[in-house]
Structures are given as structure tokens and as C-alpha cells.
Design a protein around this ligand. Sequence first.
Ligand code: FES
Length: 311
Amino acid sequence: MLQPKLKSKVRCTDLDIGEVSKVVLDPLSHEISHIVVSMNGSGERQIDMTQVQDVTDDLVHLKSPSREILALPPFKRDDYVTTHEVEISHLEDNIHVTPGEVLVPLPDLEKSVKRRTFFMNFTHVIGFLIGLPIAYPILRFLMKPMYAEFDNQWLAVGNVSKIKNEDVGVQFEYKKKVKEAYMPEYEVEKNVWLVRATPDLLEKVYQGKDEEFRDAKGYVIWTNKKEIPFIAFSGKCPHLGCAFKWRNHKALGPVFLCPCHLSIYNAAGKVLDGPAPRALDPLPVRVSASGEVEIIDMEFKAGTKSQIRIV
Ligand code: FES
């Protein structure tokens, strides 16, 4: 018997039902095991070659009436791959069906995509668990700089004798060693403003309450006591981080003035004018018996109403 050709008409015992749209190959014997018939608008049916009476050049005769073929389940294309997708050696020695789709059935395990996906995911999870003990120390090392604790070391900035008058801003400059992520350590020049405050000014700053400073975990690391007359302000303007100065303002008198966008603060650090969203940022400060001033260097996000520590 001839091999059925693609596009050949398919005729049942009673009428023509469509044409051959695909052939299915037995991957072991390399023989055509089924033809797939496109049923003139009624989908596709897979018909066993044992149902084929004979094959001519352009016609396939079936042994069954059309109602029996229509009663077959629809053809499930997903259960097959084409011979372009799988390597079958010496296929052309047995198959002469051209052009079109020559299919071979997928192995049962491959048909169940969900099951396959499950096994793939399962394999990934097992791989992850096996690799975790090796990867964890490396990840921890790489991520440590991103989650480093704030540096809460006390830094000496100068002697209190530099401050000659009360309620006047005096700038102290200092250097700080910085280590960022994987960069080598380097030194930055910074500054802090100190005020030796009168009781009146202290009251305006503290409003009767000590000021606590906390670390990243929320633990109190230092408390500026409301009766200690030294106040320290970060040298960065809370608006956008410019350096500000102590200046004599024509209308307001002595103030902290930021030249960038003209924010003005009084000696207590409160905003008197300009775009600054919050008061100057106070820093932890302590003065030793010999008058050495130390601060904890902290930086806060610029432009926010609330104080958000970033360094
Ligand atoms: S940065 Fe100081 S006013 Fe804008």
C-alpha cells in the first residue's frame, strides 16, 4: 500500500470527510501509524492506519462510515512533536510524506507539563538548598557594607575655649575617615556649629526635655541633657545640604544663614525664613573637664520634614 500523502482527500464508506493534515510516525518502526484528518470544519481526528482500506496517489479510503470517524475524540496536537524537533535517524528511508507535518508522540512524562514544571521547580529548590551553605557567607560578605551599622564613634572637634560669647554660632572643623562599601578608606573634611547657650536659649532648644539619639536598632546611644549649655548642629542645611554660616541679618540680627536658597535659622536652630523643611539637625555633644568638645557625626536626609538618619 502507498503511504498516505499530506493534502490527500479522505473518503469514508459513505462520503468524503476532509483531507490528511498530518501523519503520525511510530518512532521505533519508522512506519506511519496514524493519519490526522482535517474534517471540513469539524476539527481534526486521528485515524489508525488499520482503518485505512487503501491509498491512491491523492485519495485515502477508509473502512468506516463518516459517523464513526466523527465520533472519535478530537486530535490533541500538544501530545506530539514534529520530526523537525526530534532527531530520528534514517527517517527519510521510510517516510515519503512531503511537505507538511510528520509527528511523533511525546513520551508520557513529557505530556504532563504541570508535572514536568513541578519536577523542574523541585530540582531548582534542591539545587538552591545544596548551594545555600556555600553561597550564604559570600552573600553576607557582599551585602555587609549596605547594611553596616551607623558609625557612632565620638570625634574630637576642638576646644570649647574657641567659643567666646553665648548664643553665638561658632564653627568647628574636623576630619572624618570614611569607608564606603568596597572603596578604600578616605578622609573627608566636615564641620559642626556649636553654641554656648544661655538658659533662655536652652529652653527654646529643649523645651524642657532632654534630647535622645538612637542607633539603627532604636537603642538610645546618647542623651543631650537640657541643662548642659553646649549645643551642636550638623553643618549641613536640612533644605538641600549646603553649608551655612553665622551672619548678622539686617532685620533679624545674628542668625544662621544658608546662602544656597536663603534659609534662615535662629541660634536655637529653628527656621525663621526660607524653604528649609525642618530645624537645624542637633548632634550628640559632650565637653570634657579640660574643655575638649566631642560630637557624634550624623547626617540626615535633606529636604524632608522629619529627620531620617543616613550616616
Ligand atoms: S540648601 Fe540651604 S537653603 Fe537650600
